[in-house]
Design a protein around this ligand. Sequence first.
Ligand SMILES: Cc1ncc(COP(=O)(O)O)c(C=O)c1O
Length: 381
Amino acid sequence: MGRMGIYLDHAATTPVDPEVIEAMLPYLAEVPYNASAIHTGGRMASEAVEEARSRVARFIGADPDEVYFTSGGTESDNWALKSVRHVPVEQKPHLLVSAIEHAAVLESADTLARAGWMVERVPVTPEGRVEPDQVALRITSQTALVSVMLANNEVGTIQPIADIAAECRKRSVLVHTDAVQAGLYVRLDVDELGVDLLTLSAHKLYGPKGIGALYIRRGTAIRRWMDGGSHERGMRSGTINVPAAVGFGVACDLAVKRRDEDGPRVAERRDRLVEGIMDRVPECRLTGWGSDLLPGHAHFCFRGVEGESVLIGLDAAGVYASGGAACSSRSVSTSHVLRAMGMADEWARGAVRMTLGRSTTPDQIEYTIDAVASALADLRF
Ligand SMILES: Cc1ncc(COP(=O)(O)O)c(C=O)c1O
């Protein structure tokens, strides 16, 4: 990223791909119409949106009419959790979420708990894995929904969703998965995964911010999310952001086209980063190792230092990293993900996440290893 620094925060957001920008531009300039309008301009915009919907659907093995555009992952997660039809609240509907979900899921679950739902968090192994039998043994006759993410945003662990969903289906329980982090590197097929609801966000796929989708399997009992002018087949009203939808569709196509090549290359660079840091920095733990991991994720806990101090040192050296979830980066408490994994506070406080992307170079990795080693040496002098 040149003078912008070495960008190792791709899990927070990815730069928009030039091909995505190119595809979006006409819909910002020459075709600025409302996709709901009946005039020719409106129809041009609407055709572009439907083309984008088909691309997103193809990306996850769904039919286009099962894909609903939203403003992003947060909205899709909120919709999935808060709108599933269930037994009346007086009969205490039950919700299962994993302990390492994104805040969009956990906070939605908290809201349901305040409204009278029974909410349970499924624990994870020390490696950050949600075991299918831990889900299965908690399902009751009142369980309305199980929500487990496909890949974790902080440590990058990939969850066995197909096995979890199989347990749920045996008991006729709906399954939602947040696939926001997984989309770039994990092949997504809603039938193979066996899920009823799936969350996507474009800005983690080299697409634009502010657009995502919720996949809703045909026939799923879920209520409309946004009242208004009946956009998105009456389920989610609001004038569609045409350029963003177009960009999202192209980003999905590019993700599939590049996945096989990008995954191994990014993993190789990540492995070198891990090796370099583990060699040079004492009292450093790799988090999530031993589980299936996303290729771009490297998450470390440095004992006895504040992760934020490491990040400031790295920033001064021009390396952009993160403490974990971007949204909790300003909070002083340790990460709920690390706590769920049983990480002691003295380690969890020193959490640093580096997430590589398709443009991360070997030189950047070597520079970063030096920068981390010297930031830690300064802090521990
Ligand atoms: C796993 C996960 N879910 C949901 C979100 C929220 O997505 P968005 O930023 O599109 O609202 C994120 C982004 O940080 C994420 O990593």
